[in-house]
Design a protein around this ligand. Structure first.
Ligand SMILES: [Mg+2]
Length: 139
């Protein structure tokens, strides 16, 4: 994956954050990886809110669904209503296999909905596939 592409991971679970970081290493992704622990924190990082906003602006968001303060679906609603941020590609990365979450996510134009695999090896593969898919879309 083009290493200039910055990625924002929005995830409340520390172990899941570590797994993403490890899977990035395993895939030799060298992309800037920002981390927010919930939707509110992510919006603050993206908009700046008094501080400097994330720079470079992330082109990809990896989004968990179940989080405290602001979950993934509510975050997506806010993101898609923001003129400057609405075009960021979002991949949902979740354990939620609820149809209502999937439908809501796709209605808010997510690029993909990835169920967190049980094993770390499969998780590395899933992120590798995401990287390959992203490269293909950029051509
Ligand atoms: Mg979570």
């Amino acid at each position: 994956m083009d290493k200039k592409t910055a990625i924002l991971l929005i995830e409340d679970d520390e172990v899941d954050v570590m797994n993403v970081q490890r899977a990035f290493k395993k895939n030799s992704f060298q992309n800037p990886l920002y981390i927010a622990n919930n939707g509110l924190e992510a919006l603050a990082l993206l908009k700046g809110d008094g501080r400097q906003a994330l720079n470079p602006v992330p082109k990809i968001i990896l989004l968990d669904i179940n989080m405290p303060k602001m979950g993934g679906i509510e975050f997506l609603q806010q993101l898609r209503n923001d003129k400057l941020l609405r075009s960021i590609s979002v991949f949902v990365l979740t354990t939620s296999n609820e149809d209502c979450d999937k439908i809501a996510a796709y209605n808010l134009n997510v690029a993909g909905y990835i169920l967190k695999p049980v094993s770390f090896e499969r998780f590395v593969e899933a992120l590798g596939t995401l990287g390959a898919y992203w490269d293909l879309c950029q051509r």
